[in-house]
Design a binder for this molecule. Sequence first.
Ligand code: MTE
Ligand code: CO
Length: 426
Amino acid sequence: MGEIPSADRLNRRRFLGAAGLAGAGAIMSARGTIAADAAKPDPLITEIQDWNRYLGDGVDTKPYGMPSKFEKNVIRRDVSWLTASPQSSVNFTPLHELDGIITPSGLCFERHHAGVAEINPADHRLMINGMVDRPLVFTMEDIKRMPRVNKIYFLECAANSGMEWRGAQLNGCQFTHGMVHNVMYTGVTLRTVLNEAGIKPNAKWLMLEGADAAGMNRSLPLDKALDDCMLAFAMNGEALRPEQGYPLRAVIPGWEGNLWVKWLRRIEVGDQPWQTREETSKYTDLLADGMARKHTFIMDAKSVVTNPSPQAPLKYKGRNVLSGIAWSGRGTVTRVDVSMDGGRNWQTARIDGPVLDKSMTRFYVDFDWNGQELMIQSRAMDSSGYVQPSKEALRKVRGVNSIYHNNGIQTWLVRSSGETENVEVG
Ligand code: MTE
Ligand code: CO
């Protein structure tokens, strides 16, 4: 075949795409596959395939749809040595397999302290007591008869990237950054529910308590509760998944995941925090001088390149899509910059899809790769003017004793083979 001008070549490629893209081990030239090779006809084009020959499954076979069997690697994964038992543990969202801004319900990371509570919604009760005019008990039916709202928010565990404080450790954005998900919640505002009970004038704090075997509880400032918090019974258009707190969970936009109490059964209203386990011995940040930061509720701006990344190496020279996600607990993501050379030079990434308050935001850099080594980084900026810091800058302020709130800039080293590794630049 003669030399094809590049625009022409792209057209041919689209036309003959199946041959080039599906051809076993197709080697890419600098600009992409040269698809047509008349000497070796591609059976995927010339032969009738089984899926074309035989009838497929009928509508009666899958009352609840599942992903294609060819997507079997798109799963949550845990790291067995991280925790002592699977009931008090975490698994991670496969960020490198996802796109857009919505996390599919079945792929949302799970973090629980005492396993998944199995609750029949008919048996679930939400109680409001303490400094209120009228202590109340709600059934799920009661809650579903109140005015509803729909909102998309990210949830990030404060411990996300926690293993990386002392240096690069886990090889994959699923493990370094996968304690985050982003779904649409349907529910009622916490303000609506609190107004029904009537808050006493001196009240300042709430205590949210779960119905799981951990009875997990956290103190929440009343101001935040009245601002944008929700009690959600649905995610992504259907009932919450059991893992995510079915039948009712707290939604605390932009704040650390631990406050988003699942299987929510009680709200106590008071005038000071309760100093629960989860806000004293856990979810506080030990500094280098031995003092600990407490009530570090907000998840600051953070981003990560999901492709390429260790579980999703570069496979082709020439045309490539770099993709990633950014989020901020302080508002919207206004800009994401990407470096390919370990932070020396930066270019502004293309944000695509909805840019929403306290939601994940998707970014892309469309680039040509000629096989050189890359040190890929991303840096998010948010509507408050905050800029995601380097890990070095973060450690200067925080030391290395912390577990929580590591929002430092991630670096992926892409080798000339395309293999990609978690590294740090000095
Ligand atoms: N709520 C209860 N009742 N029990 C729990 O163990 N884990 C918390 C929070 N709410 C937890 C809980 C933590 S630490 C996080 S990060 C989020 O739930 C995780 O939410 P997810 O499992 O929906 O991802
Ligand atoms: Co958590």
